[in-house]
Design a protein around this ligand. Structure first.
Ligand code: ACO
Length: 402
C-alpha cells in the first residue's frame, strides 16, 4: 500500500516473540529481593571474601560488592519519512482532529525504501557512545530491545559488528514490546552489579509500521518507527543510579494486544512426500497488530501508576522527589491520567509523542535523548520511567541521569 504521495510502502514480514515475567527489584542499599521471597544480601561467590560459606541457592543471583551502575550517554535516530495525520486521512477514514484529540499524536516517522531498523539502532548507539565518551571496543554487552528484529534469530550481534565492538561482547535481543527498554535497563544493571560487566549498551528499536494493518484506522494511526540508546556504565556503589524497579507480565492480557504467528501449510512443497513424514510443514508469518484499544487503555491507566508507586516505595522515595516522569509514549491521555494519579505537574512530564507516535521499545530512550540534549534533563535529575504494552508486560524504574 502507498500513501497519497506514493512514498511509503508498508510491508509485513515475519517477527519474533518471547516472554518476560518477574516482579523483582534491587535496592540502592545492595539488597536483591523478589516479591514473596524474604529479602537477603547475596554476594558473588567468586570474588567476595568468605564466599565459601555461601550456599548455591544464595549465589544464584549474585551481586558483586560495592558496584553500581549509572546512565552516562544517550542517542536516538528516526527515519526521514514523516507521515502526518492528514496523510493518514488520505488512506483511511480519519482526521487530524480525531487522532490528535484521542491520542495527542500529529506525526510519525516510518521506514521506507532502503531504510533499515539496524541502521537506526547503530546510529542511536553511536551517539550514546559519543556522549558517554566510550570506545566501542570497551562495550562488553549489547542488549537490543525490539519486537521487530530484522533477523528472527536476533539482530543484536549485527549491531555489535556494525558498531565495531571488536572484543566480541555478548549481544542479544530482548523482546517485550513497549516494555522492552525498561527491561533492558534493569537487565543491564543486573549484569553490571552481579556479573562484572562495565559498559552495557541498551538499545530500544522498533519498526511497528511493518506490522500495522494500514487499512485499520484503529491501529495505523498510533505507531511509528525509531531507535534510542543508553550507555549504562559500572560505577562505585555509592554513585548507583538505578534506585529501584518493579516489573510484571500477564499472559492473560495477550488477547487484547498481539501480533501472533500464523502457520500457512505448504504441503505442496513436499508433494505427496509430506504424508510419508506424517506432518504438514508450514511457512510462518505474523498477523498485523490486533488490539482492543479500550482494554489496553484501561490496563495502562490502572497498572502503570501502581508500578511506579511500588518502585518509588522500594527506592524509599516520594513522587515529589522525582524530577521527571517519563512514560512509554503511547497516548497523551494515558500519560496525563498517570501523571494526574501520581500528582505530577505537567511541566515535569516528558512527552514527545506528538512528533513520533508510539515507537514501542524506542519511545523511552528517544524521549530521554531529546530531553537530555535540549537541557531539560540534567545530570543528577531523578526520573521515574515506565514501559507498558504487549505481553502484556509493564514495569518501571527509578533512575538518576548522569
Ligand atoms: N478516526 C476516526 N474514528 C475512529 C478512529 C480513527 N482513527 N479509530 C476509531 N474510530 C472510531 C471507532 O470506529 C468508533 O466509532 P463508533 O463509535 O461509531 O463505533 C469510535 O471512533 C470510538 O472508537 P474507540 O476504539 O472506542 O476509540 P477510543 O476512544 O478507545 O480510542 C485508541 C482509540 C486511541 C486506540 C485508544 O483506545 C488507545 O489509545 N488505546 C491504547 C492503545 C495503546 O496505548 N497501545 C499501547 C501499547 S502498543 C504495544 O505494546 C505494541
Amino acid at each position: 500500500m502507498a500513501n497519497a504521495s506514493g512514498l511509503f510502502t508498508p510491508v509485513v514480514p515475519s517477527g519474533i516473540r518471547s516472554r518476560f515475567s518477574a516482579s523483582v527489584g534491587i535496592h540502592r542499599s545492595g539488597f536483591w529481593f523478589s516479591e514473596g521471597v524474604s529479602t537477603r544480601r547475596v554476594l558473588c561467590a567468586s570474588t567476595v571474601e568468605g564466599a565459601e560459606n555461601i550456599s548455591p541457592s544464595q549465589s544464584r543471583v549474585p551481586r558483586l560488592s560495592n558496584r553500581g551502575c549509572k546512565l552516562v550517554g544517550c542517542g536516538s535516530a528516526v527515519p526521514s519519512l514523516q507521515i502526518s495525520n492528514d496523510d493518514l486521512a488520505k488512506i483511511v477514514d480519519t482526521s487530524d482532529e480525531w487522532i490528535s484529540v484521542r491520542t495527542g499524536i500529529r506525526n510519525r516517522r516510518v521506514l521506507s525504501g532502503k531504510d533499515s531498523l539496524n541502521a537506526l539502532a547503530v546510529d542511536a548507539a553511536r551517539k550514546a557512545l559519543e556522549m558517554a565518551e566510550v570506545d566501542p571496543i570497551d562495550v562488553d554487552l549489547v542488549l537490543l530491545c525490539t519486537s521487530t528484529p530484522e533477523d528472527l534469530f536476533g539482530s543484536a550481534p549485527q549491531i555489535q559488528k556494525a558498531l565495531g565492538c571488536k572484543n566480541n561482547p555478548l549481544a542479544y535481543d530482548i523482546t517485550a514490546a513497549c516494555s522492552g527498554f525498561v527491561l533492558g535497563l534493569v537487565s543491564a544493571a543486573c549484569y553490571i552489579r552481579g556479573g562484572g560487566f562495565n559498559n552495557v549498551l541498551v538499545i530500544g528499536a522498533d519498526a511497528l509500521s511493518r506490522y500495522v494493518d494500514w487499512t485499520d484506522r484503529g491501529t495505523c494511526i498510533l505507531f511509528g518507527d525509531a531507535a534510542g540508546a543508553v550507555l549504562v556504565q559500572a560505577c562505585d556503589g555509592e554513585e548507583d543510579g538505578l534506585f529501584a524497579f518493579d516489573m510484571h507480565s500477564d499472559g492473560d492480557g495477550q488477547r487484547h494486544l498481539n501480533a501472533s504467528i500464523k502457520g500457512n501449510e505448504v504441503d505442496h512443497a513436499l508433494g505427496s512426500n509430506g504424508s510419508v513424514l506424517g506432518f504438514s510443514p508450514k511457512i510462518s508469518s505474523y498477523s498485523c497488530i490486533q488490539m482492543n484499544g479500550k482494554e489496553v487503555f484501561r490496563f495502562a491507566c490502572r497498572a502503570v501508576p501502581q508500578s511506579i508507586e511500588s518502585a518509588l516505595e522500594k527506592a524509599g522515595l516520594s513522587g515529589s522527589s522525582i524530577d521527571w516522569l517519563l512514560l512509554h509514549q503511547a497516548n497523551q491521555r494515558i500519560i496525563d491520567a498517570v501523571a494526574s494519579r501520581l500528582e505530577m505537574p505537567s511541566e515535569r512530564v516528558i512527552s514527545n509523542l506528538s512528533n513520533y507516535g508510539n515507537t514501542s521499545a524506542a519511545s523511552i530512550p528517544l524521549a530521554l535523548d531529546e530531553a537530555v540534549r535540549s537541557g531539560k534533563v540534567q545530570a543528577g535529575h531523578t526520573i521515574a520511567a515506565a514501559g507498558f504494552g504487549a505481553g502484556l508486560t509493564w514495569g518501571s524504574a527509578i533512575v538518576r541521569w548522569g
